[in-house]
Design a protein around this ligand. Structure first.
Ligand code: URA
Length: 161
């Protein structure tokens, strides 16, 4: 089980899909190859896990063979995620990848078409970007991913967080 980690008073919450093999072994989210890439980008923008953001996943357990979590598995974990949001009270939520985005923003959302868009729900600004693991499969996504991270930092500053 990998629940999440970061600042308990974080203004930004990143939500991925489910822990990968490294995360499952260590018990911490986004510590593998994809997590390191994300952390590197956020560090370059002076956003730090212990100070500025909290990071977790929709599913708290690793699905077998790293498959995309099934709908019922996500639904099982959603109450936990709702409580995490209620306790942390982030002002910005960032969905990492299509699975998290569809679960949080709606099934009609398309990651390539809709990443980088912002919606406001109950005073919280929500956006989605590519899952960092997708950048290893398609390098051309890196530039858009970086653009999205900068937009998150801009929103963070705009909200004077
Ligand atoms: N991918 C995710 O979606 N979450 C993690 O914690 C690690 C990899």
């Amino acid at each position: 089980m990998v629940f999440g980690e970061g600042a308990l008073k974080a203004k930004i919450m990143f939500i991925g899909e489910a822990p990968g093999a490294d995360e499952d072994r260590i018990g911490r989210p986004f510590v593998g190859r994809a997590g390191k890439l994300l952390t590197k980008g956020l560090t370059a923008l002076d956003l730090q896990r212990e100070r500025d953001y909290y990071i977790c996943n929709v599913c708290k357990c690793r699905p077998k063979n790293n498959r995309t979590p099934y709908e019922d598995e996500m639904m099982t974990c959603i109450p936990y995620l709702r409580n995490q949001v209620a306790l942390i009270k982030p002002k910005i939520i960032v969905c990492l990848g299509a699975t998290s985005m569809k679960c949080i923003l709606g099934k009609e959302w398309r990651i390539t078409r809709d990443r980088g868009k912002w919606v406001e729900r109950k005073g919280c600004y929500i956006t989605a970007t590519f899952h960092p693991a997708a950048l290893f499969r398609d390098e051309s996504k890196k530039i858009l991913f970086w653009k999205d991270l900068k937009s998150i930092k801009t929103m963070f500053e705009k909200l004077k967080l």
